[in-house]
Design a protein around this ligand. Structure first.
Ligand code: KIV
Length: 290
């Protein structure tokens, strides 16, 4: 099941079935496919994933890009924010995802502290995710100041996805969870996006950015923008899977749409199982060896 990066003969065709619109992925998704979908104005979905079952299910559902986000910090490891998670904690999750998928492009998120020090540190960490996690690309947060880091990682042969707007790793610098790029700050965000593109990034996540600003950036860039709380005009959209499936309960950000209520489904199943164990209904004869 290893996610092969092997080239196919008809590489310039969309990674989907006929017409580029049916859901099933028919070949290894490449970064040029994403740019070609932008050129055709075909929006594409991205989801986070951190384990084998969700990864395989999302690939089967036709999600072309899977992000093993540093959001594993507060969605897998139980930390409060994305800041504490380490490379050593993320690499095995990336490997689980690449082992369980065949065609999706798997992006590994560089966690806080693993690339900010220097372009050399960014290259070293990216190489770990590529060699040990077998990811196909990495993602890092930051604008112009991180253009040299992006350039160095790309020069080392690793595709880079940028991340602008609200960047959770800089939460304390940004003064908490706040929309970025409003009013006069929009111009700076456009400059950041252009700098990442010039540095060789293949896509840029825009998080919690006013829809108009995201639209302008999407228009100015030749590489795809991936929105999360950035309106409908981005080239792609991304959500954290536990948010969009309702596994996470309680208050979720305004940009999240819930497509399922997994917390209820799992809670009901667990309660029913517990009741049947207590009442000796489970295991029944068909669950026993004779
Ligand atoms: O780590 C993450 O889940 C992310 C997405 C929100 C883009 O960076």
């Amino acid at each position: 099941m290893t996610n092969s990066a092997g080239a196919s003969a008809d590489e310039t065709v969309a990674p989907y079935g006929s017409g580029g619109r049916s859901a099933a992925l028919t070949k290894q998704v490449r970064i040029h496919h994403l740019r070609e979908m932008k050129e055709r104005s075909e929006p594409w979905p991205m989801l986070t994933t951190y384990d084998m079952y969700s990864a395989a299910i999302f690939e089967e559902a036709g999600i072309p890009v899977l992000l093993v986000g540093d959001s594993a910090s507060n969605n897998v490891y139980g930390y409060e924010t994305s800041l504490p998670v380490t490379v050593d904690e993320l690499v095995p999750l990336v490997r689980a995802v690449t082992r369980s998928t065949k065609r999706a492009l798997v992006v590994a998120d560089l966690p806080f502290g693993s690339y900010q020090v220097s372009p050399e540190q960014a290259v070293r960490t990216s190489v770990r995710f590529m060699k040990e996690g077998r990811s196909h690309a990495v993602k890092l947060e930051g604008g112009r100041r991180f253009a040299p880091h992006v350039e160095a990682v790309v020069a080392a042969g690793v595709p880079v996805m940028g991340h602008l707007g609200f960047t959770p790793q800089s939460e304390h610098n940004l003064g908490g969870y706040r929309i970025q790029g409003r009013g006069s700050a929009a111009a700076g965000l456009v400059e950041d996006a252009l700098a990442l593109q010039r540095a060789g990034a293949f896509a840029v996540v825009l998080e919690m950015v006013p829809a108009e600003t995201a639209k302008q950036i999407t228009h100015e860039l030749s590489i795809p923008t991936v929105g999360i709380g950035a309106g409908p005009d981005c080239d792609a959209q991304v959500l954290v899977w536990q948010d969009m499936t309702g596994l996470r309960t309680g208050r979720v950000p305004r940009f999240v749409k819930r497509y399922a209520d997994l917390a209820h489904v799992l809670g009901t199943a667990a309660a029913q199982y517990a009741g049947e164990v207590r009442s000796r209904q489970f295991p029944a004869a068909e669950h026993c060896f004779h």
